[in-house]
Every structure is written in C-alpha cells, then in structure tokens.
Ligand binder design. Sequence first.
Ligand code: ADP
Length: 318
Amino acid sequence: MVIDASDVRRRYGETLALDGVSFSVAEGEIFSLIGPNGAGKTTLIRALFGTTDAEGEISVFGRPPTEVDRGRVGLLPQEFTPADRLTARELLAYYAGLYDDARDPDAVLADVGLTDSAETHYENLSGGQKRRACVGSTLVNDPDLLVLDEPTTGIDPTGRRELWRLIEGLANDGTTVLLTTHYMDEAEELADRVGLLADGELVALGSPTALIDRYGGDSRVVIEADDDRAAEDALVAAGYGPIDAGRHVSVPADAAEISSIVECLADAGIAYEGLAWRQPSLDDAYAVLAGTDASGTTKAADGPGPTAPETAVSGGRR
Ligand code: ADP
C-alpha cells in the first residue's frame, strides 16, 4: 500500500476534525476524497503528509508522515498560485531547481501538454493551462504519489477535461493519485475508489459504481410534460410509481420499461416536450450520504447514515 491510515484522529479545541478515519490507497490507484466543506479533507491530507499532528497509525510508502522521502511525493495545495511573471518553462525550471535530481523542465512541459506555451507568461495562460502548469510543478521530481487538492476548481469544462486526461495518463503510467474534489462527475470519471468524509468520519468507501449501486437509487424516466398532473395520473393509473414530482415528473424504470411508459403516455394523450432515461450518478449517492448535493444545497433534513441507504427516490414498481 502507498498510503495506510488507521483510526486517524485530530482535534482542534472543541472541533473533532478527524474522528477515527481508516483507509488505504494502493499503488497506481486514483483515490478521491469527497465531502462537504469542513468535513476534514484538508486536515486528513495534512495529517498524511506530516504538516499537522494526528493520533492514529499513518504510513506513506511504509514510513511515518514526517519521515517520507519528499522526492517521492508531489503535492498541489488548493491555494497554490505561482508568480505571474514567470513563463511556463521558467516556472517548471524554478521548481526543478528545488530538487537535486529533477526532471528536464521541457520534458515535464511536454507531459502536461504545454510545449507550445513554454514561453508564455503564467498570467497569459488559459485557466486550464494554468492548472496544468501547476500540476507540472508537482511533477518535476517525478513523484510516485501525486496529491491534488481540488485541482479543477474554478476552471472551465474544457480545462477540466484536459486535466482529467492528464491525471488519467499519469495513473496509467503507475503514479498513485490522491485527489480531493467538490465535483462528483470528476470523482465518478477519474477515481478507482472514493472516500466520503462527513464530520470527520469516512461514511462511505468504495468504487463509484459500488457507491452508486448502493446509494444512488433507481434509474428513472423523467418526463417534461405540458401538464404534470395529467402525466402523473396516467402513470399512476398504469401502475407506475412512486412518482417523484420534482422539477419534472419521474418514475423508477429499467431501460426495458421505457417503451411501455412512452406507450402509456401516448394512450392517455399526454403531450410532453422531453422524455429522458436517467441513471443514478455519484451526485445522487452523495446527496443520500451527505444529506446535500455537492453544491451544498440541503436535500434531506437528516440524511440517513451509510447503513440506511434507501430514500424516497427508491421504491416499488407495478
Ligand atoms: P475540509 O478540507 O473538508 O473543508 P478541514 O479539514 O479544513 O475540512 O476542516 C475540518 C474541521 O476542522 C472544520 O470544522 C474546521 O473548521 C476545523 N479546522 C481545520 N483547521 C483548523 C485549525 N487550524 N484550527 C481550528 N480548526 C480547524
């Protein structure tokens, strides 16, 4: 295991920031920590890398946090902002200069797709290029473990995808990646496993697919009907349900049931502008587990714990 943490605890005065967290990360794995603000993600990362004390057992590459060979780790903190007036190449050369045995900055520029922007000042790079340059600065020491704290916050969708491909490529080449994110699509797309922290506890741990299967609820047909009430009545009369009358009417349905729902609506003369089949996502699982969606909007007043995954979104069918 690259990271092994057992029963990690950290208290700040009255606040229990980490309340007995145990997990491990295997070599070459992309492990994503998710959870609401204040859940303890940053404290956990700091505990793992020895920048804050914590109780419990932690080993990184088989060593206690303060004894880990820094050359094997690349850490990109959330608030990292390099000097604007450096070019991309100068930036990487600066960070390479901090290590005895660093990679050639031009090779790192090529890895992060910035060869053509080598002479561009950091301030003139696009949002996505900036973040790739920042990731590049963590790659100069050729780390075996890359720790990225919210690497794509504040960059546009194209930039995010560029960064995802970069992270995937690094993991495919054997780099272990620990990343925190507020974006559930990012964790779902990238992570081999996800750990959800809430109030200092790891309340769920597993592959995105496993968490979605267990907590995400049913796949649903969502209907943008002209008359929601009429659509609802027609579906209930045909035995579908329970109906979720959110922004649009929706019913639990397998892929095989889509055509019969379409028929049922046609038979009842229901007009609709759109009809979609929606499979549950990590966002749905997160909403159940954390009681909010990833943007922090409360969905359930007292979200059930991991032992009680079923919510109103799951239910019977005809
Ligand atoms: P996250 O990164 O998930 O947003 P943090 O690890 O930053 O969460 O914070 C976890 C909890 O610990 C929060 O309640 C936060 O207020 C508290 N905390 C974090 N750092 C400190 C600190 N240096 N002093 C006091 N409380 C802190």
